[in-house]
Write a protein that binds this ligand. Structure first.
Ligand code: AQP
Length: 339
C-alpha cells in the first residue's frame, strides 16, 4: 500500500505529562535509529491524553512540548512525518466508523482499560477510556502502517487493531486496511521507576523522585538518580532478582545510553566502592545525553511560529495519506459521497 519501498512505521506518545528517560530509551531513541530504515509517521496523541482526567490549561503547551522534544531528540521533521493527532479530523472520524464495527466484548476485556479505570475516581471513567483501543487502531490503519513498535503493555492493543482490520476487510469484502505487524523494542528498553523499580517509569506518575524528565536541570536529574531505591548489597551486576531491581534498572539505563555490553559494564564496576559510584556514573551519562537535547529544545521553542509551521506542513503530509484511506472506508461502508 505504501508508495516507497521502505516499510511504513507509526507510533505516538501522549502529552499526558513530562516526557521521561523511559519514553526516550523505550521509544524516541529507537525511532531515531529507524529513520533511515522506515517511512515513519510519529504523532503526538493528544486525543488519547484526554481519555483520563487531565488539565485543559496545560494540554496545548504539553502537546507542543512533546512535538519539540521529538525533534530535539533527533527525529528529522523533513525525513519523518511528525504531527499532532487532533490536527487531522480523520483520526476521530475513522475511530467512529470503526467503533460501529467493534464488538463491545473486545473492549471490555482490554487489560489497560481495567487498570486505568481502577485508577480513576469512581463515576469519572469516560467512555473514551473504553474506546481508546479503537482510536489507536484508527491511528495505525489510516496510514497503512506495516509495523508498529510496541512495548509489552501495548501488545494487546495491537492484536486488537489486527483483529479489527481483518474483521472490517472481511465484512466489507475489500482489502481496505493493511494488517500491521508488531515490532518488539530492543532488549532492556523498559525503564523502571527510580523510587519503585518494580513499576514502569511513567510520565503521569507524579511522585517527586519517580522519573528523570527530559527537561530536568542537571542538578535535579542527579538528585533523582542519587536517591534511586536500591538494596542493601554492594555488588554491581545485572540480575533478574526482584530484590535487586533498583540496581538492575540503573545498569539498564547505563547500558542503553552507553551502548556497552553487559560484560564490559560489569567489569567496569567490579572495583566500585558501592552503589554510590554506579549512581554517580549513571547520573553523568544521563546528564550528558540530555544536554544536547535540551539545547536543541531551547532553540526550537525560541521560535514557536517556526515549530507550528513545521507541524502544519507535516500534518498536510499526513493528511495526504489519511484522507484517501478514510474515503475508501466511507465508500466500503456505503456512506453517501460528499458532493
Ligand atoms: N518506562 C518506560 N520504559 C520504556 N518505554 C517506555 N515508554 C513509556 N514509558 C516507558 C514508551 O513510551 C511511549 C509512550 O507511550 P504513551 O505516551 O502512549 O504512554 P505510556 O506507554 O503509558 O507511557 P507513560 O509514560 O507511562 O504515560 P502515561 O503515564 O501517560 O500512561 C510508548 O512507546 C511506551 O512503550
Amino acid at each position: 500500500m505504501t508508495d516507497s519501498k521502505r516499510k511504513r512505521v507509526l507510533s505516538g506518545i501522549q502529552p499526558s505529562g513530562n516526557l521521561t528517560i523511559g519514553n526516550y530509551i523505550g521509544a524516541i531513541r529507537q525511532w531515531v535509529q529507524y529513520q533511515d530504515q522506515f517511512d515513519a509517521y510519529y504523532c503526538v496523541v493528544d486525543l488519547h491524553a484526554i481519555t483520563v482526567d487531565y488539565d485543559q490549561t496545560a494540554l496545548a503547551a504539553k502537546t507542543r512540548e512533546v512535538a519539540a522534544l521529538y525533534i530535539a531528540c533527533g527525529l528529522d521533521p523533513h525525513r519523518n512525518v511528525i504531527f499532532v493527532q487532533s490536527h487531522l479530523t480523520e483520526h476521530a472520524e475513522l475511530a467512529w466508523l470503526l467503533t460501529c464495527n467493534t464488538p463491545l466484548g473486545w473492549l471490555q476485556r482490554m487489560t489497560q482499560f481495567k487498570d486505568k479505570a481502577a485508577k480513576q475516581e469512581e463515576g469519572s471513567v469516560s467512555a473514551g477510556l473504553l474506546t481508546y483501543p479503537i482510536l489507536m487502531a484508527a491511528d495505525i490503519l489510516l496510514y497503512h502502517a506495516e509495523v508498529v513498535p510496541v512495548g509489552e503493555d501495548q501488545k494487546q492493543h495491537l492484536e486488537f487493531t489486527r483483529d479489527l482490520a481483518q474483521r472490517f476487510n472481511h465484512r466489507f469484502g475489500q482489502e481496505v486496511f493493511t494488517i500491521p505487524e508488531p515490532m518488539i523494542p530492543l532488549a532492556g528498553a523498559r525503564v523502571m521507576g527510580l523510587d519503585n523499580p518494580t513499576a514502569k517509569m511513567s510520565k503521569s506518575e507524579t511522585s517527586q523522585y519517580h522519573a528523570v524528565y527530559l527537561l530536568d536541570e542537571p542538578d535535579m536529574a542527579r538528585k533523582k538518580i542519587m536517591r534511586a531505591v536500591t538494596d542493601s548489597g554492594r555488588e554491581i551486576r545485572f540480575s533478574d532478582d526482584p530484590e535487586r531491581a533498583g540496581v538492575n534498572n540503573l545498569l539498564n539505563i547505563y547500558q542503553a545510553l552507553t551502548g556497552q555490553s553487559r560484560e564490559a559494564i560489569e567489569a567496569h564496576f567490579a572495583t566500585a566502592r558501592g552503589y554510590g559510584d554506579l549512581k554517580k556514573e549513571v547520573a553523568e551519562i544521563v546528564i550528558e545525553t540530555l544536554r544536547p537535547i535540551q539545547e536543541r529544545y531551547r532553540e526550537l521553542t525560541s521560535d514557536m511560529g517556526e515549530l507550528d509551521n513545521l507541524l502544519r506542513q507535516n500534518a498536510d503530509k499526513a493528511r495526504a495519506v489519511a484522507q484517501p484511506t478514510l474515503q475508501a472506508v466511507r465508500e466500503a461502508m456505503g456512506l453517501l459521497k460528499k458532493s
